[in-house]
Design a protein around this ligand. Structure first.
Ligand code: ATP
Length: 537
């Protein structure tokens, strides 16, 4: 069953997971706030990642735990660091503007639909000049545009442009359009392309590079000399502290440094809810090792990271692994093993997948660049290898915390028309913002007092909710919608025999257990459900 993203966004707002930032002022494109439940869910994912990386890092190929230490570096660093890392010169996307609507698009996110009959054997990219001379007008669409919208626009524009349109066969079949990224088409054809939001051709400008870093000024004067940047990734803070960590802690090669924190990118088209935002959070780990060992560690981290995402609840076919093609190599990975992505099938990418985490071989690009620009020696003298001196290579599992939170919500969103809420969030109990709700059947003192007592006991150990008002059905519906795995109800029987009803979120099955066994019950359930997590964390 396809899930409509609008329903997920609405639930997130209605129940307090995610709000548009500055909502009362109409929001700000690309920025989001995490509400009372959203922050709990995000913190749970963050803490499990930290545990899996820093607190109890996995057992390495040699049977002993690998070494990883944590870090929390500043968001604003010396701007020279971003020159060295390549972000000042190269961290940009090709952009086109529409002169008519003033809209701005990423050139690699606009697809021009080249008309090609099924019996036409020509390769579109190789023969693009021919195609453009055969048809005076082509249409560009933003990535992900619905086929019906494409067909409709074709009809309208061609009817208007060519009186004899009927004679050239309406391109109705989807397979007759051949989508080509605008960035792959020579700008000399721009005058023939109709932009995504216009009706006549020739309004798009030539693609130009647009740097994604937000800048700011440090200190009282605003000049080129005081210009600084908000970090576009957490990774560089790790490279900048590589020497400090080596000099101050007992780590030896190979080892990792992990960091979770905010990153900022002035994305051209923030979209798809929190998937692509301008302020987001990353969970990144840089794994430093001898250059000859990169392949082994790349495979190791790849497996570990997949295990992690499966364990936190992305266990379905919606999770997939993908190796990058050669044309996608980042500026730092030219010579290396490239990047493999862990991807998730979000409702808005379906049937395609969107990146959740990239596992990149960054070679020695960053350390070498920082050594050159800072003048500090960053090579490693390896006592385990006869004092060999080398620049370590780096394997980097880089995940999005906020994007991961979205994947958890999408995966958990389960439509069930048999229940009053019509939907429930099937979170893994370890991720659920609330582990249990305590619900007295009525607000009367005889029910409310023991419920409050139970709540006060449980909250010492678990994130629990006490909800006294409203009818019980409405309260169950609320807990279903926020993904609480267990509800404990206190009723008249409780007063007589000291038992409570436990309701299971997924099955809605109810059983009675003794009130003084509730903590133990919850502990057992958490343990049983956390099986996969223990393997990863
Ligand atoms: P994309 O190709 O989607 O722009 P990227 O390859 O540039 O992403 P990385 O630089 O590898 O992304 O960042 C690592 C992770 O950070 C990504 O896998 C993603 O989960 C997250 N991330 C990157 N950009 C954004 C964003 N604008 N909003 C939310 N999360 C992001």
């Amino acid at each position: 069953m396809t899930i409509d993203m609008k329903d997920i966004v609405a639930l997130c707002k209605r129940r307090g997971f995610i709000f548009p930032a500055s909502d009362i002022y109409g929001g700000l494109n690309g920025f989001w706030d995490y509400g009372p439940l959203g922050v709990e869910l995000k913190n749970n994912l963050r803490d499990l990642w930290w545990k899996a990386m820093v607190v109890t890092p996995p057992i390495g190929p040699d049977g002993t735990p690998v070494q990883i230490v944590g870090l929390d570096s500043a968001i604003i660093q010396n701007p020279k660091a971003w020159v060295a890392s390549g972000h000042v010169g190269g961290f940009s996307d090709p952009m086109v503007d529409c002169k008519e609507t003033k809209k701005r698009y990423r050139a690699d996110h606009i697809y021009v639909y080249i008309l090609k009959r099924p019996d036409d054997k020509r390769d579109v990219l190789e023969n693009i000049e021919e195609f453009f001379s055969e048809m005076p007008v082509y249409l560009g669409f933003v990535e992900g545009t619905e086929p019906e919208v494409i067909a409709k626009k074709y009809d309208k524009i061609y009817q208007k442009t060519f009186e004899n349109f009927e004679k050239i066969d309406k391109p109705r079949q989807e397979k007759e359009y051949h989508p080509v990224e605008l960035s792959k088409i020579s700008s000399k054809f721009l005058s023939q392309i109709v932009g995504p939001d216009t009706k006549s051709p020739g309004t798009l400008t030539e693609p130009k590079e647009f740097n994604l870093m937000f800048d700011t000024y440090v200190g009282a004067t605003q000049s080129e000399d005081s210009k600084a940047y908000l970090r576009p990734e957490t990774a560089q803070g790790i490279f900048l502290n590589y020497k400090n960590v080596l000099d101050s802690s007992r780590v030896k090669m190979p080892f990792g440094i992990a960091q979770i924190g905010k990153a900022f990118r002035n994305e051209v088209n923030p979209r798809n809810f929190i998937f692509r935002s301008r302020e987001f959070e990353q969970m990144e780990m840089e794994w430093f090792c001898h250059p000859e060992e990169v392949e082994k560690w790349r495979d190791f981290w790849f497996d570990e990271r997949v295990k992690f995402w499966r364990a936190v609840g992305l266990a379905s076919d919606n999770l997939q692994m993908r190796k990058h093609g050669d044309d996608e190599l980042s500026h730092y990975a030219k010579e290396g093993l490239g990047t493999s992505d862990i991807e998730y099938k979000f409702p808005f990418t379906d049937p395609d997948f969107g990146e959740l985490e990239g596992i990149a071989h960054r070679c020695d690009f960053d350390l070498t660049a920082h050594q050159e620009h800072s003048g500090q020696k960053l090579e490693y003298l390896d006592p385990a290898r006869d004092n060999e001196r080398y620049m370590p290579h780096v394997i980097e599992p880089a995940a999005g915390l906020t994007r991961g939170t979205l994947a958890l919500i999408c995966e958990a969103y389960t439509v069930d028309e048999a229940r009053p809420s019509g939907v429930y969030l099937n979170f893994h109990p370890a991720l659920a913002p609330k582990k249990a709700a305590i619900l007295p059947l009525t607000a009367k003192e005889e029910h409310a007092a023991p419920a409050t007592k139970l709540y006060l006991e449980l909250r010492e150990e678990f994130a629990v909710d006490l909800d006294i008002k409203q009818n019980i059905g409405k309260r169950y519906a609320r807990q279903d919608e926020i993904g609480t795995p267990y509800c404990f109800t206190i009723d008249n029987d409780t007063l007589e025999d000291g038992t409570v009803t436990v309701r299971d979120r997924n099955t809605m099955a109810q059983e009675r257990i003794s009130m003084d066994k509730v903590a133990e019950y919850l502990r057992e359930k958490m343990k049983a459900n956390a099986g996969g997590l223990k393997a990863a964390a």
